[in-house]
Design a protein around this ligand. Sequence first.
Ligand SMILES: *[C@@H]1O[C@H](CO)[C@@H](O)[C@H](O)[C@H]1NC(C)=O
Ligand SMILES: *[C@@H]1O[C@H](CO)[C@@H](O)[C@H](O)[C@H]1NC(C)=O
Length: 193
Amino acid sequence: MMIMKLFTALDLPAALIAAGTLASASNPPAPRNAPSAANNQHLPSTSHGPNYNSTPHFSFEELFQLQKKFLDNFVFPENQVQAKSVNSSLLAPNVQGRVDITRTFTGQELNTEYLFGLFANIATVPNEFTLLGIPLAYEITHFAASQNIASASTRFNFSFPILNNLIVPIEIETWNVFDSNYQISQQPQRPKT
Ligand SMILES: *[C@@H]1O[C@H](CO)[C@@H](O)[C@H](O)[C@H]1NC(C)=O
Ligand SMILES: *[C@@H]1O[C@H](CO)[C@@H](O)[C@H](O)[C@H]1NC(C)=O
C-alpha cells in the first residue's frame, strides 16, 4: 500500500508523529525547532472578532468530529466546493501548511488550493494528463487526539483517471491543529518546560 503524508498545521517534527509519540503523550512533545516570534507576526489582533490566540481544549469526540469534517470535505465532490470557495472556512485565516519537512505555506488561499484544489481539479478536467487520483471514499484506521490536535491515519480509495479509473487504496496520515473557531490553524504548540 502506498503511504502519503499530508501534514497540515504542522509544528512538530514529522519523525515524532511518525513514531507515534503523539498518541501516548498527554502533552504534545516539544518541537525541536520552536516557531520563532516572526511566525506570529501575521496573527490578527484579538481586540475584536474571532480569537486566534488561546489554545482550546477539545474532547476526544470533538476532535474526532473535526477530523471527520475535514476528511468529508477532502473527498470528491465536497473538495470541489471547498476549492471553489478559494478560502476554505475549514481553515484559519493564517493556517500554516506543510508539504514536507522544509516547505511550509501560510494562508487560507494556498492551503485551500493544496488540500482541496489539487484533487478537485482532476475531477473537473478528467482528460488532462495527471498521475494524481481522485479521493472517493475514506475510512479512518487510526486516530489519536490531544487537547486541540488530531492525528489520523486514513485509508482512501483513490480513482485514477489515467488508469481507467482504477480504484487504489492509499493511506494518508494527517496531523491537524484546531483553533478555538474550530478551524485548522498553524497555532504553535508551546512546550511546557
Ligand atoms: C481569499 O483570501 C485572500 C487573502 O485574504 C484575499 O486576498 C482574496 O480576495 C480571498 N478570495 C476570495 C475569493 O474570497
Ligand atoms: C474501497 O474500495 C474497495 C474495493 O472496491 C471496497 O471494498 C471498500 O469498501 C472501499 N472503501 C471505502 C472506504 O469505501
